[in-house]
Design a protein around this ligand. Structure first.
Ligand code: GLY
Length: 310
């Protein structure tokens, strides 16, 4: 039996110790723990990496604490517009959705695009039509309303500013949730979901639904889920860049992930982080911000739930 493991993230940003109350810190940690354990249990029972990452991300989407699903930020129209993608490293199948509204679990819609359509990426009305055809759960706008997110939006609405989540510095807030897993058969998968950026306009789409930018999986190299300012992750083709360094330069998972986050992304002024895994169930979770909500668990007993750097 292959060693198996899972890693998840709930976004990166200026997360500095002492910035939030210990109750809030505990709430974040227990939400991470619930999602981590649910994904891990699927692996423990011989389930697939794809099912494990979908489950973990669904639970993070259901939490109001993270910028995805229920906790999604407000766009410039005061609505919630979500993006998600998933990829199966065993066969390179992928599914992605963008600019969707009212759907409770965008990651499950992305999985259905991967498994039940001939396509990879559905956006806007077409993605919504596909969701209705496959009987996805829709929620009213009130389900996605959160006073904290609403306040964030009120501060910058009617301006040209847009911002990510998880900080009080206006331009360094990185939402998004994600998971990567390696199952008992040695297959890997990645899933990423986000509400994008507060006050986003013009049909703005970030890196999270873009295969190769915010999400990627290939058994030959690694599975990666990113979090950060999407524009830089798109320009750096970050998730695929990690895979390329492993495939073409023979780098280890840790070295490749670190090179991309700590050097190549910084060179283009991008900040954020990623989680990565390979078929040996090794995990890397680098970030170049002060913190990143993250957790991982492996069949050899290793486990971590953390927020801050250093
Ligand atoms: N990384 C999430 C976004 O930029 O939308």
């Amino acid at each position: 039996m292959n060693k198996y493991s899972i890693a998840i993230h709930g976004g990166a940003g200026t997360l500095v110790k002492g910035m939030m109350t210990s109750e809030k810190e505990q709430a974040y940690k227990s939400s991470l723990e619930i999602a981590l354990n649910a994904g891990y249990e699927i692996l423990n029972h011989g389930g697939s990496a794809v099912d494990a990452v979908e489950k973990a991300v669904r639970l993070l989407e259901d939490s109001p604490l993270f910028n995805a699903g229920k906790g999604s930020v407000f766009n410039a129209s005061g609505e919630h517009e979500m993006d998600a993608s998933i990829m199966d490293g065993s066969n390179l199948k992928a599914g992605a959705v963008s600019m969707i509204q009212g759907i409770k679990n965008p990651i499950t819609l992305a999985k259905d695009v991967m498994q039940k359509s001939e396509h990879v990426f559905l956006a806007g009305n077409g993605a919504m039509e596909f969701a209705r055809a496959h009987e996805h759960v829709f929620e009213e706008a009130s389900y996605f309303h959160d006073d904290f997110r609403h306040d964030q939006w009120q501060k910058i609405k009617d301006t040209d500013n847009f911002q990510l989540d998880h900080s009080d510095k206006i331009d360094s807030k990185f939402g998004t949730v994600g998971a990567v897993a390696c199952d008992q058969n040695g297959n890997i998968a990645a899933a990423t979901s986000t509400g994008g950026m507060t006050n986003k306009r013009f049909g703005r789409v970030g890196d999270s639904p873009m295969i190769g930018a915010g999400n990627y999986a290939n058994n030959k190299t690694c599975a990666v889920s990113c979090t950060g300012s999407g524009e830089y992750f798109i320009k750096g083709v970050v998730a695929y860049d990690v895979a390329c360094l492993i495939e073409h330069k023979g780098m280890s998972l840790e070295a490749a992930a670190s090179e991309v986050i700590h050097r190549r992304l910084l060179e283009i002024n991008g900040d954020g982080g990623l989680i990565a895994i390979n078929t040996k169930a090794e995990i890397s979770m680098p970030f170049n911000t002060e913190g990143m909500y993250r957790a991982c668990k492996a069949s050899n007993g290793e486990e971590l739930i953390a927020i801050y750097g250093g």
